[in-house]
Design a protein around this ligand. Structure first.
Ligand code: NAD
Length: 437
């Protein structure tokens, strides 16, 4: 199959490289010429484990190429994927579809022969209808089917998620469309690939419902963590105790500083807006979003409380800035409201992140960036673990304590055991776990 991938970001580059690895002939297109030039030089513009090797292998095998001009790859393609961004629209929280519609218009002008145009970006229900209308208006002669194929990969584990998905959802009722999409995903499995065909609008809905459900699960355990702290229960054991029930499942029950990242905040907001447009109340999702926003702000207060209620003149060391480990993505990271809150309360902030510091500098310009965890902790009144990078999971506690002004650790990811921290002489606060008796 010949595939054109429009948008070469976290989703487009991973999907394009994986499709090429399946044996398809893929061209990744991006408007950002710097990104394309970097890819031509063999540089990967994002941090995603294993992606550099996957891209290099497939470029070498001549199955993967990059360009800023979509006309030829679109004309040649059996399937054109739209994987451009759909950020929150400034002001109202609706998904901003301007990049998707612009891409549809550009694609329409170059279509040639039968082509399936597939929306991989996360888009509100009904966007496929509008993409189809734009294409037919721009190029009435085009022989095209517009399908939805939402993406469920997680940054940090994107290649694995793409190659071994729980399911692939394809939304189209058109037989020719189903055939092409079946061929695109057939190499996923020797047996039957976990493909679910459904109607286009249903596929669009599935993506938002999935993200809203996962955001709800995280927010639920975060609230249970708050209660656990007050009543003297251990939320990690509560999560295990409920998660071993198959109806609940163990995943997404890790209490922390609130969800962030490039998807959950914007997608829950967009889902609420879609519902409002249809006069439907999604009260659970609204509550999830509100609880999560409050929680992110509350984390700075938690640090302040650990230091006796005032941060004025204090130095705080922050470990981890990206919204999760194994990515450089800073979009909507919980570290942003946390650090901003610490500064507002009068603290000086030092930080270290294994790969996210370049991205973080744009969001958080007024802090000191350090070389490693220990130089970050040096002279600090408290150390806050915000992202559970593997580099922070076995720190030398003696060395850490010796370098800090006060031995206070606020662990927002429950990386350490309270009894170990107490034995090492730290005042230790975590999420939803009782203090050592
Ligand atoms: P991104 O910002 O990393 O990448 C989008 C790319 O599209 C950018 O490089 C941009 O330059 C390019 N672009 C925009 N308009 C273009 C055009 N007309 N022609 C060519 N290129 C164009 O975004 P992302 O994180 O990859 O997300 C893409 C979509 O996938 C979003 O809708 C997102 O919600 C969804 N999604 C993301 C993830 C994730 O983990 N990042 C997971 C599942 C779904």
């Amino acid at each position: 199959m010949r595939i054109a991938m429009i948008g070469t970001g976290y989703v487009g580059l991973v999907s394009g490289a994986c499709f090429a690895d399946f044996g398809h002939d893929v061209t990744c297109v991006d408007k950002d010429e710097k990104k394309i030039a970097a890819l031509h030089r063999g540089e990967i513009p994002i941090y995603e484990p294993g992606l550099d090797e996957l891209v290099a292998t497939n470029v070498k095998a001549k199955r993967l190429d990059f360009t800023a001009d979509l006309s030829k790859p679109v004309a040649d393609a059996d399937a054109v994927f739209i994987a451009v961004g759909t950020p929150s629209r400034r002001g109202d929280g609706h998904a901003d579809l301007s990049y998707v519609y612009a891409a549809a218009r550009e694609i329409a002008q170059s279509l040639s022969g039968f082509t399936v145009v597939v929306t991989k970006s996360t888009v509100p229900v009904g966007t496929g209808d509008e993409v189809e209308r734009i294409i037919r208006e721009t190029n009435p002669a085009a022989d095209v089917v517009v399908a939805s194929n939402p993406e469920f990969l997680r940054e940090g584990a994107a290649i694995r998620d793409f190659k071994y998905p729980d399911r692939v959802v394809v939304g189209t009722s058109d037989e020719r469309g189903r055939k092409v999409m079946g061929d695109v995903y057939r190499p996923l499995s020797l047996n039957q690939a976990p493909l679910m065909f459904t109607a286009r609008r249903t596929a669009e809905m599935i993506k938002y419902a999935a993200n809203a459900f996962l955001a709800t699960k995280i927010t639920f355990i975060n609230e249970i963590a708050d209660l656990s702290e007050k009543v003297g229960a251990d939320v990690q054991e509560v999560a295990r105790g409920i998660g071993l029930d198959n109806r609940i499942g163990t995943k997404f029950l890790h209490a922390g500083p609130g969800f962030g990242g490039s998807c959950f905040p914007k997608d829950t907001k967009a889902l609420i807006k879609i519902a409002q447009d249809y006069d439907v109340n999604l009260r659970i999702v609204e509550a999830v979003l509100a609880v999560n926003e409050n929680r992110k702000r509350a984390m700075a207060r938690k640090v302040s409380q650990a230091l006796g209620g005032s941060l004025r003149g204090k130095t705080i060391a922050v470990l981890g800035l990206t919204f999760k480990p194994d990515t450089d993505d800073m979009r909507d990271a919980p570290s942003i409201p946390l650090v901003t809150g610490l500064i507002d309360m009068g603290a000086t902030v030092k930080a270290f992140d294994p790969v996210g510091m370049e991205q973080a500098k744009g969001e958080l310009p007024n802090i000191t960036y350090c070389e490693d965890a220990y130089s970050c902790a040096q002279g600090a009144d408290a150390l806050v673990i915000v992202t559970e990078w593997v580099q922070f999971r076995a720190l030398d506690l003696g060395r850490l304590k010796a370098t800090m002004t006060q031995p206070v650790v606020v662990d927002l990811r429950n990386v350490y055991r309270p009894e170990d921290m107490e034995a090492a002489g730290f005042t230790y606060e975590s999420i939803g776990r009782p203090p050592v008796q």
